[in-house]
Design a protein around this ligand. Structure first.
Ligand code: DOR
Ligand code: ZN
Length: 357
């Protein structure tokens, strides 16, 4: 990585996004270029409606993504399988052998968006986890209990105690990513674990705490799952991301929802940060005096966890103001327009991406 002496530009190996929602149809077409302008690869979440539960579904979804990647962008979607109570281990094995599945995603049933078909009893999928452990297919975990009796701000910490620790004990060789961590408990657990365990960290959990959802009124645009926590957790996440520890790497959890879906009486969880993700991470690393560790977090620790090659190409970020679009337009088949409000909508950020070098 090259950081110029006056900290005016950073050239780094092209990053990957290890946790991304692209959706399908008109939304997919509207958003994919915002990721492919920056990232070479992305782990694509399978929580479509219906979810991606078979090799065929993942293969055709991958093709639909590739069909709408802007010309000139080299972008590889890495597909994931959505675990259910009865997904067969053979399907995962087939998907890995055929180069379709890079990982499988565990959503505890009813824990988040499109998780109703998720896993109701984690112990009941032990045969699947055993196969994944033996074939080296990583398990990606939405680490929250869905138990309505558990306070929403405690659901990640309770998940670690109730389910993750026993799971790692049962499958000591299973490669596991605890996705989009939000608490100091998760940070401490991941950094001290002896298991092949890593965690992704989003830009928004590095920048906002739970006050953002209630600043001057109810702000559904800052509602995501796991929800942002108290300030002390945000500080712990910033330390983790900028620590240079390989168990923490970039995953944006960019999750587009059209305005109507965010602002309904039961608004969807998700923050759409693709238009400004790398720029937001750069701000955080700069504020923490850790720009020299951005490349490892964004471009090295993820591939090394997944056993994939590092990207060859470089990108350059310059200290030039960049204005985040106010709204992203989505054109439906009936020619109606809907809109997605991006994270940092209309704001000016300090770093901007410039052309390849
Ligand atoms: O905020 C979130 N949005 N968290 C998730 O776990 C799912 C995601 C989505 O699919 O919108
Ligand atoms: Zn997600």
């Amino acid at each position: 990585m090259v950081l110029d002496s006056s900290f005016e530009s950073i050239t780094l190996r092209q990053p990957d996004d290890w946790h991304l929602h692209l959706r399908d149809g008109a939304v997919l077409a509207a958003v994919v270029g915002m990721t492919s302008r920056v990232f070479r690869r992305a782990i694509v979440m399978p929580n479509l409606s219906p979810p991606i539960k078979s090799v065929d579904a993942a293969r055709t979804y991958r093709q639909r993504i590739l069909d709408v990647v802007p010309k000139g962008d080299a972008f590889s979607p890495l597909m994931t399988a959505y675990l259910t109570d009865d997904l067969s281990p053979d399907e995962l094995e087939l998907g890995q052998r055929e180069g379709v599945f890079t990982a499988a995603k565990l959503y505890p049933a009813n824990s988040t968006t499109n998780s109703t078909e998720g896993v109701t009893d984690i112990r009941a999928i032990d045969s699947v986890l055993e196969t994944m452990e033996s074939i080296g297919l990583p398990l990606l975990v939405h680490g929250e209990v869905a138990d309505p009796d558990v306070d929403i701000f405690d659901r990640e910490a309770v998940f670690i105690d109730r389910y993750l620790i026993p799971l790692l004990n049962r499958f000591p060789e299973l490669r596991v990513v605890l996705e989009h961590i939000t608490t100091e408990q998760a940070v401490q657990f991941v950094e001290s674990s002896l298991s092949p365990l890593a965690a992704t960290i989003t830009p928004h959990h590095l920048q906002i705490n739970r006050n953002a959802m209630f600043a001057g009124g109810l702000r559904s645009d800052f509602y995501c799952l796991p929800v942002a926590k108290r300030e002390r957790h945000r500080i712990a996440l910033r330390r983790a991301a900028t620590s240079g520890k390989p168990c923490f790497f970039l995953g944006t959890d960019s999750a587009p929802h059209v305005r109507g879906a965010k602002q309904s009486t039961c608004g969807c969880a998700g923050i759409f940060n693709a238009p400004c993700a790398i720029e937001s991470y750069a701000e955080v690393f700069e504020e923490e005096g850790a720009l020299q560790r951005l490349e490892a977090f964004a471009s090295e620790f993820g591939p090394s966890f997944y056993g994939l090659p590092l990207n060859e190409k470089k990108i350059t970020l310059k200290r030039n103001d960049c204005v985040v679009p106010s709204l992203i337009e989505v054109q439906n088949t009936d020619k109606c327009f809907e809109h997605i409000l991006p994270y940092h909508s209309g704001e000016t950020l300090r770093w901007s991406l410039c052309e390849d070098v």
